[in-house]
Design a protein around this ligand. Structure first.
Ligand code: TRP
Length: 333
């Protein structure tokens, strides 16, 4: 990538299972769109993944799969840097220095830590606690200007900003203080079964989420079973979270506005509406799935992309890390 005046974007996604429709709309789809306007760095966050116990063989395989899926979604390695976190040691190195500039009290206030330690009570490891520091390192090591994050990561980004400012004050200007990037089409996709909850692949009910690699039949079936209401009319309203969620999905996949959708389904039942939503998703996901399988089968190409990505990322990250090591007084020989 050339040096340019474009702003730099960094984001990461954990390689724990296939991305959901929610990940696609909330994150990955936008990552592709941002490439025109920004210098983008996209990371497979495998170091974050081990805060919860992973099967090593699965984690290895899923890291490649996640990379292949990102590429299939239109992330172009000629335009953006795509890499696996553990291939760039500077993340871990900077993380240590930053952890010495982060307060125990600050980390204790992270709501995701509280949630996750309750959910994984048998494995409340120190990494789960310090994970937001690693995330701060991910961002600050590239001096990212903007970070696209969902609501659940907002608090972590705020912490990264605080750590950056604190370090800059203590050791002179070093880090760019990152801003959150709020996507223009930022629909938050909810569970198909409990539409007041976010769609999540860790949900125990598989009918509550659509995976990007779901077969067309599974997609149709899950939408058929989606929870709506007894009114039978397609329009958006706070009292109709199920229908509104389906409208959001349909809107993103067809480009139609809520008004257009309401008109399209006037006098028609939910059955017809749900079939149309399912078809709109299948029309977008099918070509992505084909491309995903093609890329995943070409291991040389995929690994080449990740190797080149790690080299490009390391060049930037090592520079920042060297600067930080100097500033905090680590001996240089
Ligand atoms: N913590 C994020 C998640 O669980 C993934 C992530 C890791 C990330 N490092 C990041 C996101 C840096 C944005 C920036 O979804």
């Amino acid at each position: 990538m050339e040096i340019s005046a474009k702003k730099r974007i960094l984001s990461g996604i954990q390689p724990t299972g296939t991305f959901t429709l929610g990940n696609y709309i909330g994150a990955v789809r936008n990552w592709g769109l941002l490439q025109q306007e920004y210098d983008c760095i996209y990371m497979i966050a495998n170091m974050h993944a081990i805060t919860v116990r992973q099967n090593p063989a699965d984690l290895r395989r899923q890291s490649r799969e996640a990379a292949a899926l990102l590429l299939a979604c239109g992330i172009d390695p000629q335009k953006s840097i795509v890499f696996v976190q553990s291939h760039v040691p500077a993340h871990a190195e900077l993380s240590w220095v930053l952890s010495c500039n982060t307060q125990f009290g600050e980390l204790s206030r992270m709501t995701q830590f509280k949630d996750k330690s309750a959910r994984h009570a048998d494995n409340v490891n120190a990494g789960l606690f310090t994970y937001p520091v690693l995330m701060a390192a991910d961002i600050l090591v590239y001096n990212a200007d903007l970070v696209p994050v969902g609501a659940d990561q907002k608090q972590h980004l705020e912490l990264a900003r605080n750590i950056a400012s604190r370090f800059n004050n203590a050791y002179s200007d070093t880090f760019t203080v990152p801003e959150p990037y709020i996507p223009k089409t930022g629909a938050r996709i909810m569970s198909l079964q409990e539409p007041d909850k976010k769609m999540s692949k860790s949900d125990t009910n598989v009918n509550s989420f659509i995976l990007m690699l779901d077969e067309p039949d599974a997609i149709r079936r899950k939408f058929k079973r989606a929870v709506t209401d007894s009114e039978g009319a397609v329009y958006a309203s706070e009292e109709k979270p199920g229908v509104t969620n389906l409208m959001s999905i349909y809107s993103v996949f067809t480009g139609k506005s809520f008004e257009e959708i309401q008109r399209e389904f006037e006098g028609k039942g939910y059955g017809e509406f749900k079939d149309a939503v399912a078809q709109s998703v299948i029309d977008v996901f099918s070509p992505i799935q084909n491309e995903y399988r093609r890329i995943l089968a070409d291991k040389n190409y995929l690994d080449g992309v990740l190797k080149a990505g790690a080299e490009q990322a390391s060049r930037i990250a090592n520079k920042t890390c060297a600067k930080v090591y100097k500033k905090v007084g680590f001996l240089q020989l």
